[in-house]
Ligand binder design. Structure first.
Ligand code: N0T
Length: 548
């Protein structure tokens, strides 16, 4: 089960994460809930910014807004709390019928204490920063000081207490603790105080959880010692805050990760050291049992790297949730991979009209062209968010996105080292074809082919296709595709059998029940299931028949 759930006993109607054999769902109002989310740009956490936020949430058909709450705004003077922004936000969210995920920007906001109050970030005596090996002071707070932990914890507890008081109807459904924790520029804190702790034995709990024999950090972890030490201590710091917050009000709580590139990781400190990068997830799981999930922030534009990240963060002990993903066109299709991995949700970053753009991470401008492809997907999945989340909790699912990245002629694809542009010229149909063994049946997904015949796939320009398949019963699948063709054929198990679609129904869900609209047949099915302009929801029944 999800780590934090063991300790937190909450009412059935309280937001919580449940699991079923390594598959997960977030429950909201006692029902599975798919987070079709939008995250604002940074600095949108003031009432004056909100009018620029809601229109995009609405155009996108998002059911959830992900938005910061800053320590500096709730405790500008030590011990004096002001939750007026939170109150305004909750009131407006209710009016719009949108749920909230709050981001606690405090000790670490991408490495730095920028969102901490002045009384914290200006007092380096009381709240010391990380020191490099050469004694340079970095603008990243050290995890080794009770003073920092206690101050942050006190504010976080007040926030959770406030939510408990004002949010009886559970508009806020989840909380992110800190943002992209870790330190750039050093693997760990090398201050004298940190050094003393580093020389001590590795804690028993960590040794037991990772199956190592006792010793100092260097003896146990060798060349990984510095990074693992930093990850453990940041993890413990975050866990203690989380535990205290949950004691007030036990919402699901998670951390997000400034990823390292899984294929070209570089050295700790070149990426955010101490955050839950793919190489230290096990350290974090041991250090932070109250954290319900560890969520990747995906800014790799290429298919190979983006989908690899999803594999790395989908684990029996970790439900996938895409805490952030760039909002530009190439990223949209990765929605299908995410939900194919059973993700609890998906939150494109920078979805507001505050006239800011984090390009090249996301899109250059915010306009209808950026919003529309997300809206196409969210509209369809929004109409069955609870049903999908329940199917995903209990059934096998597979997601696919167009594998060949496309490039505009004048620009290479930013942050896409995983993608090999060189071989682009020699692409053949196989490059645009994905096959998945589903058991008795094999699915084939192809991209960029005419609606008729078996003409080979050439890919879409730009790459934009995707599909997801859920197994409803042995021969029955729910299929949603977009700019793709989905075909089925017998697997080895049914090798010599004749087969056909018994019936392909297009429909939708109402209150958990499938509502039939029409049968897809003829052009819509003769060459496979062709998903052209927008996603459709199909229930596909496959069958074999005897010829003698
Ligand atoms: C993200 C966002 C926001 C060479 C960036 C991503 C958000 C934070 N950080 O717009 O700041 O609050 O979580 C860092 C990605 C760096 C990629 C560098 C690739």
């Amino acid at each position: 089960s999800v780590s934090g759930m063991a300790s937190a006993k909450v009412d059935d109607d309280f937001p919580q994460i449940i699991s079923n054999n390594g598959r997960y769902a977030l429950l909201v109002d006692s029902k599975p809930y798919l987070l079709l989310a939008a995250q604002t740009n940074n600095s949108a956490n003031y009432p004056a910014a909100l009018p620029d936020v809601w229109p995009v949430v609405e155009q996108m058909h998002a059911n959830t807004l992900v938005i910061p709450v800053a320590w500096e705004q709730v405790e500008p003077d030590e011990g004096k709390f002001d939750f007026s922004f939170v109150d305004t936000l909750i009131a407006q969210a209710r009016e719009k019928q949108v749920r909230l995920v709050l981001l606690w920007f405090a000790t670490w906001k991408n490495n730095a204490p920028h969102y901490a109050p002045a009384w914290v970030k200006l007092d380096n005596q009381r709240f010391p920063r990380v020191k490099t090996r050469d004694g340079k002071t970095l603008n990243s707070l050290s995890p080794h000081h009770r003073s920092t932990l206690e101050a942050d914890k006190k504010a976080f507890v007040q926030l959770m207490r406030h939510l408990k008081k004002v949010d009886r109807q559970k508009t806020v459904i989840m909380v992110q603790v800190q943002n992209e924790v870790g330190t750039y520029g050093s693997a760990r804190d090398y201050s004298a105080h940190a050094e003393e702790i580093f020389q001590q034995a590795v804690p028993q709990k960590l040794l037991a959880d990772v199956g190592k024999k006792s010793g100092s950090w260097s003896e146990v972890f060798g060349k990984d010692a510095d990074e693992f030490f930093h990850a453990w201590h940041i993890g413990r710091f975050v866990d203690e805050i989380t535990e205290a917050g949950k004691r007030e009000y036990p919402l699901p709580m998670y951390v997000n990760v400034a990823l390292r590139n899984p294929y070209h990781p570089g050295e700790p400190g070149q990426y955010s050291s101490g955050g839950a990068t793919d190489n230290v997830i096990h350290i974090w799981k041991s250090a932070a049992p109250n954290i319900d999930l560890i969520a990747p922030d995906i800014y790799f534009r290429d298919h190979k790297t983006a989908t690899r990240v999803m594999e790395l963060y989908t684990r029996n002990d970790n439900p996938l949730y895409i805490a952030e993903i760039g909002n530009d066109q190439p990223y949209v299709r990765y929605f299908f991979d995410a939900i194919g991995h059973g993700a609890l949700g998906f939150a494109p970053f920078g979805m507001d009209n505050t006239k800011y753009s984090n390009y090249p991470l996301g899109a250059e401008t915010m306009d209808e062209k950026v919003i529309k492809p997300f809206a196409d997907l969210y509209r369809v999945f929004g109409a069955m968010d609870s049903e999908w989340a329940e199917i995903s909790l209990n059934n096998r699912t597979w997601g696919f996105s167009e594998p060949v990245d496309t490039y505009s002629p004048d620009k290479e694809l930013w942050n896409a080292k995983g993608s090999d542009q060189e071989v682009k010229e020699q692409r053949g149909p196989e490059d645009f074809t994905q096959r998945q063994d589903l058991g008795d049946w094999t699915a084939e997904i192809t991209y960029g082919r005419p609606a008729f015949w078996i003409d080979p796939p050439k890919g879409n320009n730009p790459a934009s296709g995707g599909a997801v398949i859920a197994e409803l019963s042995r021969d029955e699948f729910l299929v949603v595709g977009y700019h793709a063709r989905v075909s089925f054929s017998p697997s080895k198990e049914l090798q010599d059998e004749q087969f056909t679609f018994e019936r392909v129904e297009e429909g939708h869900f109402e209150n958990g029940e499938w509502v039939f609209e029409r049968v897809w047949n003829g052009d819509q099915t003769d060459w496979g299931l062709n998903f052209i302009y927008r996603p459709h929801v199909l229930k596909v029944k496959l069958a074999t028949y005897k010829t003698n």
